[in-house]
Write a new protein. Structure first.
Length: 549
């Protein structure tokens, strides 16, 4: 098999790349190890906890025992399915803050400042909210909309934020991220709107894009030139040849793994596993980042939460309603209110994110707290902790070693304690007076720094936002893996286009920035002039130097 371009991974970025390359008239083969994304568990927004816990759709990765979390091994779901993680995620849509991308550009990812990436966000979006057209896209392939926000607890959260003195924002993906406002989601006509639906299906309809179900074993190298991808398909090993380039969009876990299996990575580490070195790139697999979050759970004194639907009878009724009408509670991911705030004065843009949920339940859906309740998922956005993805062996079928090194920086503990205390203050506002019961987690008796640290160690969970393992930067940066056009440094005809190239994690959920990365990388691959930079200036709190809110 042969095509102009061979893409490894039909995920958030890979699907976008495929769409833009076929739009330009090129033949594309997309290699995806996972299977079909059809089925109610994937497409029903309220069923989001199911696909990320199903071996059929998830790679099933786990971190190594985390030394600063008492040896806990945390789940690291990644989509093994058409659409990748956009088919199993929580569907929350966040662009990230303008200053995130300005930091990218300042750290060596030239041409990726906010002015540079905003036009790509606009190109990809079809925003259905009450948004300003000069900030948002209205005719792109990715549908983005807001939930109904009718639950009284959801409305109370926004009101409580305002009562606590925080900003209110009508559109955190527009001019002003900071503040409390409606959450956005990749949901369209009551269904999950994945990268596969937005990009891959249209690409396939052109007749120029073929999806091959196979496991990528390594990049086929001709000296230092990528010539194709070696795959295992139906029990046989074969080479899928690329006439022009190979693009790796296999996730922040599998992209560095595939590079290392192909001889591109830290020379000493490759030698340990008997892999011939094609390019000594010490940054491959390093710089691993993620968002951690804690669920601050509160009991509700009135039966207004979603707990009344937390039984098989109601799940059946709501599931049937969705199946036949694509409407009702099952047509929402239930994350309908968000907030981005600053932890203290002197920080110029938000470093804490909130997802509010009108029920007290674990994210994996495995255990509901007893009775009615509500919760805020809260966590710091820019941890200084860094981890790594390394090879466990030279066997492509063996999962890599993933060590996030969570909470290894002392500031992480201070930041999380601040998150808990600020959340308690928000929940203590008058808006919650009609509903507030006891604090379920971490519990009202947990107050001292030591007690809070113990609770954090026991209960903190990944927000499932791994990134950074093939860092983009200057070609003379020894830890950079790709240059600002996503070309792997030291080899030819090979690029990486996914969240692994992020120099630093962005504010919020990563699906949106990952798709934007695919959009922008496609223009670099095609040799097109990038979209003209935007002149829009984002809102920054005028008194950020002296005020926390």
């Amino acid at each position: 098999m042969q095509a102009d371009y061979v893409i490894v991974g039909a995920g958030s970025a890979g699907c976008a790349v495929a769409y833009r390359l076929t739009e330009a008239g090129h033949s594309v083969i997309v290699i995806e190890h996972g299977g079909s994304d059809y089925g109610p568990f994937i497409n029903m927004p309220a069923a989001l906890s199911y696909p990320m816990n199903m071996a059929r759709y998830d790679w099933g990765f786990k971190s190594q025992p985390e030394p600063h979390l008492g040896g806990r091994s945390l789940a690291t779901p990644r989509g093994k399915v058409i659409g990748g993680s956009s088919s199993i995620n929580g569907m929350v849509y966040v662009r990230g803050h303008a200053h995130d991308y300005d930091h990218w550009a300042e750290s060596g990812a030239h041409g990726w400042s906010y002015a540079d990436v905003l036009p790509y966000f606009q190109r990809m979006e079809h925003s259905h909210g009450r948004t300003k057209p000069d900030w948002r896209g209205k005719d792109g392939p990715l549908h983005v909309r807001r939930g109904p926000r009718t639950n009284p607890l959801v409305r109370a959260f926004r009101k409580a934020g305002k009562q606590a003195g925080y900003q209110v924002t009508r559109d955190y993906n527009g001019e002003q991220q900071e503040g409390f406002g409606p959450m956005e989601a990749t949901i369209h006509k009551g269904e999950r709107w994945s990268s596969a639906k937005a990009y891959l299906r249209p690409a396939e309809k052109t007749g120029l894009c073929t999806v091959v179900n196979a496991l990528a074993l390594r990049v086929e190298m001709d000296g230092t030139r990528a010539a194709g991808v070696v795959v295992e398909r139906k029990g046989q090993t074969e080479v899928i040849s690329a006439g022009k380039e190979v693009i790796i969009s296999a996730s922040s876990i599998n992209s560095p793994k595939l590079l290392m299996l192909s001889g591109i990575g830290p020379a000493d580490h490759l030698a340990e596993h008997g892999i011939d070195v094609v390019a000594d790139r010490p940054g491959v697999g390093q710089n691993l980042q993620d968002h951690l979050e804690l669920y601050i759970q509160q009991a509700a004194t009135k039966p207004v939460s979603l707990y009344k639907y937390w039984n098989w009878l109601w799940k059946g009724i709501l599931g049937a309603q969705w199946l036949f009408t694509r409407k009702g509670l099952s047509a929402s991911n239930q994350f309908e209110m968000a907030a981005f705030i600053r932890s203290k004065a002197g920080i110029d843009y938000p470093d804490i994110q909130y997802h509010f949920l009108p029920i007290a339940v674990r994210y994996d859906g495995q255990a509901a707290a007893e009775g009615h309740g509500f919760q805020a998922h809260v966590g710091p956005m820019r941890s200084k902790s860094r981890g790594s993805v390394t090879l466990a062996s030279n066997n492509p079928k063996e999962a890599p070693n993933i060590l996030f090194n969570y909470m290894s920086h002392p500031e992480d503990w201070e930041d999380f304690r601040t998150c808990i205390r600020l959340t308690r203050e928000i929940f203590a506002q008058d808006a919650f007076d009609p509903f507030r019961g006891k604090e379920i987690q971490p519990g009202a008796d947990v107050q001292s720094d030591a007690e809070l640290d113990a609770a954090i160690m026991e209960h903190v969970e990944s927000a499932y936002h791994p990134c950074g393992t093939c860092k983009m930067g200057d070609v003379d940066d020894p830890m950079a893996v790709v240059d600002p056009e996503a070309r792997v440094i030291g080899v030819q005809n090979l690029r990486v286009a996914d969240s692994s190239i992020f120099p630093r994690i962005t504010n919020g959920n990563l699906n949106g920035p990952s798709i934007m990365t695919g959009e922008k990388c496609a223009d670099h691959i095609l040799g097109k002039q990038p979209l003209a930079p935007s002149n829009q200036r984002p809102w920054v709190h005028p008194d950020w130097q002296t005020q926390q809110r």
